[in-house]
Design a protein around this ligand. Sequence first.
Ligand code: CA
Ligand code: CA
Ligand code: CA
Length: 128
Amino acid sequence: MKYLPKLLVFAVLVMSTCIFSEELHLVSIKCIETEDFTGADDAYIVINGNTVWQRKMNNGQQRSINIAPIKFSKSITVELYDEDSGPWDDDDCLGSQIVRDSAKGMEDPLELHYTEDGANYIIYYKVK
Ligand SMILES: [Ca+2]
Ligand SMILES: [Ca+2]
Ligand SMILES: [Ca+2]
């Protein structure tokens, strides 16, 4: 019985690596058209309810996304927002896109398109 706790920890570790076997690598983001018409957007990416990246983005800009890969299983949702300020100006959702494990192993980065609220963005990603 004294090995049981260790066995349980081992089993949970094995199970979690089996369940979350995919890794989402966000490569870069390109702004074709901002949501704000007064200048740059304060674009931010939300995954699993957490803001994982935020930068100012203006028309024609492309930036690399230097964050750690995010583990997932089967599918994961990647949301893009523009942050606004002031009590009457809520942040704008530019779209919500789903990455699937079927993209795993593709050599070239794939694209997610965000075109809500008049904006136009592309997020490039890989699944490993
Ligand atoms: Ca806005
Ligand atoms: Ca804004
Ligand atoms: Ca707004």
